[in-house]
Design a protein around this ligand. Structure first.
Ligand code: AMP
Length: 286
């Protein structure tokens, strides 16, 4: 396992495998947990050389205090990455990614960047994501890149970006890894007090209630959202958004039809912003 901090060293380390083997990329912001490690294990199984980037990307944070409070623990991250089969950690400084004079941005348009996270964190959020992911793809030229379903809208945005820009990287989506009580793993969970950590389990419980309702034949968005909202409300959880959207377009869906829909939620618990989602489908006719 090697750590490189510059694009030049990254390219040199990847040179021997070019043309002979496949490269997998796992982009992260560090503070690794089982969700990230599952992405790394999938990359290990699916490609010959696994690169994990660890970079807390300032341009995707709309809230400076969130950026300042973002947990960082590189020594632990490197050890965990190695144990999950990562060959190369790319951990650049901010100036390596955004050198003086840097002006480029990658900007998508439409509901997939404007809905949900785009509406609440501002359109700059996904612009920050697409710009840094496009740069990482340019640096690593991965055959496959691994992203978590936990950030469902981010995955959709990255898929749209590689399609629109003809980037020859396959996007592999990895299911959300959860704690035993259902809470989606997140680097932000460690900022929850024990009291709030226990309350946070109600977020996935709420999504499961909607999932059960859909499995029971309920298909209108109002009822599905209500099933989830009731649990959040009963537990006094502040909801930023809770919406049922088409999994492809991220436009609101009034009723479940044939295609998959995403019930996506953002909450704030004890000052910590958490997101989660579940994919809902029309229940098959009995
Ligand atoms: P982050 O470090 O939060 O930017 O996340 C890096 C990658 O890990 C993203 O593709 C996330 O979607 C993914 N990820 C984060 N949490 C989870 C989780 N609980 N399960 C699966 N993937 C995750």
């Amino acid at each position: 396992m090697r750590i490189v901090r510059t694009v030049a060293d990254l390219r040199a380390a990847l040179q021997p495998v070019r043309g002979t083997g496949t490269v997998g990329l796992v982009p992260t912001m560090g503070a690794l947990h089982e969700g990230h490690l599952e992405l790394a294990r999938r990359a290990r199984a699916g490609t010959d050389l696994v690169v994990m980037s660890i970079f807390v990307n300032p341009t995707q944070f709309n809230d400076p205090s969130d950026l300042a409070a973002y947990p960082r623990d590189e020594a632990r991250d490197v050890e965990l990455a190695g144990s999950a089969g990562v060959d190369l950690v790319f951990a650049p400084d901010v100036a390596e990614i955004y050198p003086p004079g840097f002006t480029a941005t990658v900007t998508l348009h439409g509901p997939i960047v404007e809905a949900l996270e785009g509406a609440h964190r501002g359109v700059g959020h996904f612009q920050g994501v697409t710009t840094v992911v496009a740069k990482l793809f340019g640096m690593v030229s991965p055959d496959r890149a691994y992203f978590g379903q936990k950030d469902a809208q981010q995955v959709r945005v990255v898929q749209a970006m590689v399609a629109d820009l003809n980037i020859p990287t396959e996007i592999v989506v990895v299911p959300t890894v959860r704690e035993p009580d259902g809470l989606a793993m997140s680097s932000r969970n460690r900022r929850l007090s024990p009291f709030d950590r226990a309350r946070a389990a109600h977020v996935s419980e709420a999504l499961r209630a909607a999932e059960l309702a859909a499995a029971g034949g309920i298909s209108d968005a109002g009822s599905l959202v209500h099933a989830a909202r009731k649990i959040l409300h009963d537990n006094a959880i502040d909801v930023e958004y809770l919406e049922l959207v088409d999994a492809d377009t991220f436009r609101p869906v009034p009723v479940l039809v044939t295609g998959p829909a995403v019930l996506a939620v953002a909450v704030v618990i004890g000052g910590v912003r958490l997101i989660d989602n579940v994919v809902l489908r029309l229940a098959p006719h009995p």
